[in-house]
Design a binder for this molecule. Structure first.
Ligand code: FAD
Length: 429
């Protein structure tokens, strides 16, 4: 950094007001990323302030990490530097809800829960399901691009976002897409920013395609032998049934059992018909069926969505072709050596398997083995969270992709001085 932390704090305070900037040790400590403590915390209340903050940081050569709800700051490589944490949770206005056209625009710091409540006033919703909705912000959800269990039915973040405003490292504000579902063709910058983890710019506003709220929702739960759960999930995904999510979680009961869970929603008659057919299929597969509605249904998906969250273990995401799930999942639980065994939540419809293993050398070895298997299947794997000490010597994104040179050029174009979340992305970009 070209200036002292005090001079940086003073320069930021000139742009945002003194109350928005803090170097209080207790406060900055709570905003550490992989044990790196920021020098200054800066809160913004308007998109224009984001531009001013980034200009000050660029001039000072200060590294900036955007911070939404702070629920997924574990994702990414250990940052090379953390000078300023830029807090965005007060950038939280609903800009427009055009219910007739099923679109809604909000500032990036609004939480998923606040956005959900606003949309629900007109019986609409955004199908993202972060497990801590009262903290996770729309900007953080887009920047992290961890899609939820209902992706098979509603699409992922890149399908749901139709417009975006961002601030670049120069402080310049840019926009991509718009507020209508059908947009003019051209480079879609919003898609580039989704999943960019705060390394290309700061997202300040998002426009989404939203959906009508389903009349009713329920969970179908089938419990029994792990192989039977896999067979059941395969049969359901090959049938005419249309659950919005289909998940297998295990191992349970000392490894003897798993749960296959389907999220069913829509009109009452369609849901009832699904539940009947699922019950029959579960009984044919030799599984114990059950149905949850209302609060137990909500808590079950909170539990599944929050899998591995806040644990001290190694949480990784393995993405594989769906047809390889049945060979991958048993490898997670067959304990080849002590400590080499994972718990998992497998999203059958997207081929995403979340696996949690011990934060030990054995756990890391298991991850290495699984990552090699996943590569064989032409999938990919990342470590989403792990103790900083374990992350020290590894790239959590795995082997660099063939597009690395292109990614490097994009980073260079958007952030030539490397002030935005430096080191966090693939190959420590
Ligand atoms: C096991 C697991 C399951 C999950 N399931 C789901 C799910 O079903 N659905 C779902 O939506 N999410 C899911 N998530 C992700 C979860 O919702 C995160 O809470 C969310 O993505 C992060 O929101 P946040 O505001 O707390 O972001 P933060 O933790 O604050 O930030 C996350 C990253 O984004 C960057 N960032 C934050 N805000 C911005 C911004 N405005 N501009 C640029 N960069 C920014 C940060 O620098 C950081 O790198 C899951 C995560 C895990 C670990």
């Amino acid at each position: 950094m070209k200036i002292s932390p005090d001079a940086l704090a003073a320069a930021l305070a000139r742009e945002t007001g003194p109350d928005a900037v803090s170097a209080d040790p207790a406060l900055v400590d709570r905003h550490s990323v992989d044990r790196q403590v920021p020098k200054v915390l800066c809160q913004v209340f308007a998109a224009e302030e984001v531009g001013a903050v980034l200009r000050v940081c660029a001039e000072a050569g200060a590294a900036v990490l955007p911070w939404g709800g702070g629920t997924l700051m574990s994702l990414g490589n250990i940052p090379k530097r953390v000078d300023v944490v830029l807090k965005l949770d007060r950038l939280a206005r609903l800009v427009e809800h055009d219910d007739a056209n099923l679109t809604a625009t909000a500032e990036a710091g609004i939480t998923a829960a606040a956005f959900r409540n606003l949309l629900a006033e007109r019986r609409q919703f955004l199908p993202v399901d972060p497990s801590r909705p009262t903290e996770a912000t729309l900007g953080g959800i887009a920047a992290a691009n961890i899609n939820g269990p209902r992706r098979p039915l509603y699409g992922g973040m890149r399908d749901l976002v139709i417009g975006m405003k961002m601030v670049l490292a120069t402080g310049e504000q840019v926009k991509a897409g718009g507020k209508v579902v059908k947009n003019v063709a051209g480079y879609d910058l919003a898609k580039l920013f989704i999943g960019s983890l705060g390394t290309l710019g700061v997202i300040t506003e998002l426009t989404f395609r939203v959906s009508p709220l389903p009349e009713v929702a329920a969970s179908f739960v089938a419990t029994g032998a792990p192989q039977r759960c896999l067979d059941f999930a395969k049969a359901i995904s090959n049938s005419a049934l249309l659950p919005s999510a289909l998940v297998i979680a295990g191992p349970e009961n000392n490894g003897d059992a798993s749960r296959a869970v389907a999220w069913i929603e829509g009109f009452e008659e369609a849901v009832a018909r699904h539940l009947r057919d699922l019950t029959a299929a579960a009984e044919r597969a030799g599984l114990d069926p059950g149905v949850l509605r209302d609060a137990p249904h909500d808590s079950l998906w909170q539990e599944l969505g929050g899998f591995g969250w806040g644990s001290n273990g190694i949480l990784c995401r393995l993405t594989v072709p769906i047809e390889t799930i049945e060979t991958l999942v048993p490898q997670l639980t067959s304990e080849s050596a002590p400590g080499r065994r994972a718990q998992y939540v497998c999203h059958y419809g997207t081929g995403v398997v979340w696996a949690l293993m011990e934060p030990t050398t054995a756990g890391l070895e298991l991850y290495g083995e699984l990552a090699a298997v996943v590569r064989q299947y032409r999938g990919h794997s990342i470590i989403v969270s792990a103790p900083a000490a374990l992350k020290q010597n590894l790239d959590v994104w795995g082997e660099p992709p063939t597009t690395l040179a292109l990614m490097r050029r994009i980073k260079q174009q958007f952030d030539p001085d490397g002030i935005l979340s430096p080191g966090r992305f693939v190959n420590r970009l």
